[in-house]
Design a protein around this ligand. Structure first.
Ligand SMILES: Cc1cc2nc3c(=O)[nH]c(=O)nc-3n(C[C@H](O)[C@H](O)[C@H](O)COP(=O)(O)O)c2cc1C
Length: 369
């Protein structure tokens, strides 16, 4: 749907409505590519349902006339505590692709995470927005390429580098295998690197995962040390699921980390991200800012993640749903709905600021007898 096209019949009132509309609007294999996850998709379901096992403990008479949803991430003020997760190929949902996403993020006053696997060149996306933007890349087998990506991001004005560390090996995404899914062209790589990725993508599992042939499965913490000497941009480690790795992030001077299981797209049968957040936050301590992604669909999810130690959250799949609904406007509408839900949750739990959201706001939800 183009931005000028009339809205579809159903007026979405929550993120799940956007998902239903996207399923109707997108080509089935593209919708499956976005929706799908690794093997049995057990972690996909758990990552979402885990929020239902956390109860809120609302406080009354808190004296707040309104809620301030703004916060800071890596010293940057953002107007809402949610950000856009780096995710490949937004043109599969709208012809404007990442340009529409960039405009939407700026309008909402939040961070856009842009992946190296974008369907619009990173420089063009950067030029489209004056808003905060972080560039997501990998440790490639070719360290020159690693450096080149970071330098291009620096030159284009990105404010941080997100290093995705849980995509160093092919994953088995069975929806894509059944659909004989053909990975979309990525534009930030040279033809040679693209051919390498393509050749590898035909082997083993045709998951459509961009990083298959390019990423270095043997990367280690020494590479973090190396990259720190090569750039002044803050480094954010994405894909942290254990206290051990959170402690190593702190030890190696990483500035931020994202508790993430890659939307359950790579390794199945892990815990939900919200389940491991407390142990990760405790191990990261004060030195590393902690964020979370995975299954964020409701304002209550956002608030629960903040209560359990996240400074902010990211969402991935809903970006495609918003874009599919109506490009930049569609994604803004989706974020307005999420923002209103966060605001309502804060007001009804007696929390007027993001900083006032703490662990006393949540409790395990006991199973009903
Ligand atoms: C279609 C799609 C493409 C993705 N591409 C990337 C990527 O290029 N790099 C990356 O680090 N994560 C990627 N992710 C993972 C997201 O950054 C994020 O971890 C995940 O989507 C969060 O879960 P959610 O979709 O439940 O919100 C992708 C996710 C989706 C759905």
């Amino acid at each position: 749907m183009t931005e000028s096209a009339p809205p579809p019949m159903m007026e979405p009132i929550n993120l799940f409505d956007f998902e239903k509309l996207a399923e109707q609007a997108m080509a089935p294999a593209e919708f499956d590519y976005v929706a799908g996850a690794a093997t049995d998709e057990l972690t996909l379901r758990r990552t979402r349902s885990a929020y239902e096992h956390i109860a809120l403990r609302p406080r009354i008479l808190a004296g707040n006339a309104s809620a301030d949803l703004s916060t800071t991430v890596l010293g940057q003020r953002i107007e809402v505590p949610f950000m856009l997760a780096p995710s490949g190929g937004h043109k599969r949902a709208h012809p404007d692709g990442e340009l529409a996403t960039a405009r939407a993020a700026e309008r909402m006053g939040t961070v856009m995470g842009l992946t190296a696997n974008s369907s619009v060149p990173l420089e063009d996306v950067a030029a489209e927005t004056g808003g905060p933007k972080w560039f997501q890349t990998y440790f490639y087998r070719d360290r020159e390429l690693t450096l080149e990506m970071v330098k291009r991001a620096e030159a284009a004005g990105f404010g941080a580098v997100i290093l995705t560390l849980d995509a160093h090996w092919p994953s088995k995404r069975e929806r894509n295998i059944r659909n004989k899914y053909k990975r979309r062209a990525r534009v930030n790589y040279t033809a040679e690197h693209e051919a390498q990725a393509e050749a590898n993508a035909r082997s083993m599992f045709d998951s459509g995962q961009a990083s298959r042939g390019l990423n270095d499965p043997a990367a280690s913490w020494a590479d973090i040390e190396w990259l720190k000497t090569a750039t002044d941009l803050p480094l954010v480690a994405k894909g942290i699921m254990t206290s051990e790795d959170a402690a190593l992030c702190a030890e190696h001077g990483v500035d931020g980390l994202i508790v993430s299981n890659h939307g359950a797209r790579n390794l199945d049968t892990t815990l939900a991200t919200i389940e491991v957040l407390p142990e990760v936050a405790a191990a990261a301590g004060e030195r590393v800012e902690v964020y979370l992604d995975g299954g964020i669909r409701r304002g209550t999810d956002v608030v629960k993640a903040i209560a359990l130690g996240a400074k902010g959250v990211f969402f991935g799949r809903p970006i495609f749903w918003g874009l599919s609904y109506g490009g930049s406007d569609g994604l803004v509408r989706l974020m307005e709905i999420l923002r209103d839900e966060v605001e309502s949750t804060m007001m009804l739990t007696g929390r007027g600021t993001i900083d006032s959201i703490d662990a006393s706001l949540v409790a395990p939800m006991p199973a009903l007898a």
